[in-house]
Design a protein around this ligand. Structure first.
Ligand code: F6R
Length: 239
């Protein structure tokens, strides 16, 4: 696992966008899985600016969803769907036929997982995953205790995730379950980048890098990946 530390959030975001651009340059039909959340917001703004100014062609790429809150509709501002649409797909001008996100309103979440697993396998796997890290060490919605053997699955959300997740919503929202790609997807992706910024992530980042590799801290699995990178700003690296 490579570790890169940057001066500040702006520099980190520029470099993370650069990794995505580099991947698409090398493989124009790359399969990309990009997280929602606060951390990648500036990465996507930067990506949108550079896509326009440098004429970067994403038209052959495919985007697969990382996770979603079960039961939260795509028009809800707190959903991953809404976030990605607003901060990534619209500004970067990705057409809807290139985007495959989880349907969080499905009456059959297990079937939704099967369909996502099938799609990713048909596409030949994921080329690049860009993920954030939860305060409890989760990746996607792979919560503490998640099995590294699992592909997409439905999960009962950890209390920390239910509480911290409120920050995305205008009103208090019941967040009981998530639907997520599994750690097996992470292990099989050709490249995984974890980004984190801010002092509040310093503790969990220290554990991820220096603590024991354990399912209790799902992000530690990145240390078993042959091509993973943790990109941090100085504050997140301060532990
Ligand atoms: C979001 C996701 C989550 C977040 C994590 C960090 O799609 O998969 O695992 O990456 O909770 O969230 P932020 O970036 O808001 O601190």
């Amino acid at each position: 696992m490579q570790i890169s530390v940057y001066r500040d959030y702006q520099t980190l975001s520029f470099q993370a966008a650069d990794r995505i651009i580099e991947m698409v340059g090398q493989k124009p039909d790359a399969v990309l899985c990009l997280a929602a959340g606060d951390t990648p917001r500036l990465t996507y703004d930067t990506l949108a600016e550079r896509a326009a100014s440098e004429n970067i062609d994403f038209s052959q790429c495919t985007f697969v969803g990382l996770d979603e809150w079960v039961g939260i509709p795509p028009e809800n501002e707190g959903s991953c769907h809404y976030f990605l649409q607003k901060h990534l797909f619209e500004p970067v001008r990705i057409s809807s036929d290139q985007i495959h996100l989880f349907d969080a309103l499905t009456s059959d979440p297990d079937d939704e997982c099967r369909k996502m697993n099938q799609l990713i396998s048909t596409l030949g796997g994921i080329d690049l995953m860009l993920v954030g890290i939860g305060m409890n060490g989760h990746i996607g919605f792979n919560e503490p205790g998640a099995s590294p053997e699992r592909y997409a699955h439905v999960v009962n959300l950890d209390e920390a995730t239910q509480t911290v997740g409120q920050k995305y919503f205008r009103q208090p929202t019941v967040l009981r379950q998530g639907i997520t790609l599994g750690l097996k997807h992470l292990l099989e992706a050709r490249k995984v980048i974890l980004i984190a910024n801010g002092a509040k992530k310093a503790g969990v980042i220290k554990q991820t890098i220096e603590g024991p590799i354990t399912p209790e801290l799902p992000a530690t699995i990145l240390r078993m990946h042959r091509n993973s990178e943790v990109m941090l700003d100085e504050e997140a690296a301060s532990g």
